[in-house]
Ligand binder design. Structure first.
Ligand code: HEC
Length: 194
């Protein structure tokens, strides 16, 4: 065999095989880490929604939606903050038509919102829309939050007068009404910092 006469070439071949094996191993490792990050991100989103929705429903049935605006105004950001503190991730909600003045999407989030809107327009199930990506800021994850019947009393096209008044007092620059069922209200946006 030709290689046998060229031990150096054989060593080089062995070395390059080892290096490419290592590269394959590293890629596999990175992929499984991304899978794990995605699982964590989804679990955090479920926890967020799982804490917020029952609080909203309880506040609405106890004192009506106008009072629930105040509950949502303080508790939604609090839930995001406490989940961020316990997980080490950065967790928030943003929208291209934001209510909370701090909920303005950054460049990556804007791209995700656009991508989800395009997919929805092409017929995708909006509740299936999510995307994870490794970015220079760390692993980022976005999941669409879809307008359900519950959302309409505070985000819909017809808002009761007392709810409107409550919204106007908390959020004078509110852009988050006029939605219909099945639209994308915004995204859950998560970053696992490097
Ligand atoms: C009782 C009124 C009320 C209901 C019902 C309600 N929201 Fe909101 N929503 C608010 C308020 C108040 C805020 C601003 C508080 C905050 O920062 O999260 C808000 C903020 C948001 C945001 C963050 C982005 C932004 O615009 O500031 C998203 C996303 C959102 N709501 C989605 C929903 C969805 C989806 C539903 C239905 C499952 C829903 N909301 C139901 C009142 C409500």
């Amino acid at each position: 065999m030709k290689l046998a006469k060229h031990p150096r070439r054989r060593r080089v071949l062995a070395l390059s095989l080892a290096v490419s094996g290592l590269a394959v191993g590293l890629t596999a490792m990175a992929a499984s880490e991304i899978d794990a990050d995605q699982q964590t991100a989804l679990a955090l989103v479920q926890k967020f929604a799982g804490q917020l929705k029952p609080r909203l429903k309880a506040a609405i049935s106890a004192d009506g939606p106008a009072h629930a605006v105040a509950v949502c105004a303080t508790e939604a950001p609090q839930i995001a903050e406490s989940l961020s503190a316990e997980s080490g991730w950065v967790i928030r909600r943003v929208s291209s038509r934001n209510r909370n003045p701090a909920a303005v999407p950054d460049e990556w989030e804007t791209a995700m919102l656009k991508q989800f809107e395009d997919k929805l327009a092409a017929g995708a199930d909006p509740s299936s829309l999510s995307q994870g990506e490794v970015t220079p800021d760390g692993y980022r994850f976005a999941k669409a939050q879809v307008v359900e019947p519950l959302c309409l009393m505070c985000h819909g096209q017809t808002i009761a007068a007392d709810v409107s008044a409550a919204l106007a007092s908390y959020y004078p620059n509110d852009m988050a009404t006029g939605y219909e069922l099945g639209q994308i209200r915004g995204i859950f946006s998560l970053i696992k910092p490097r």
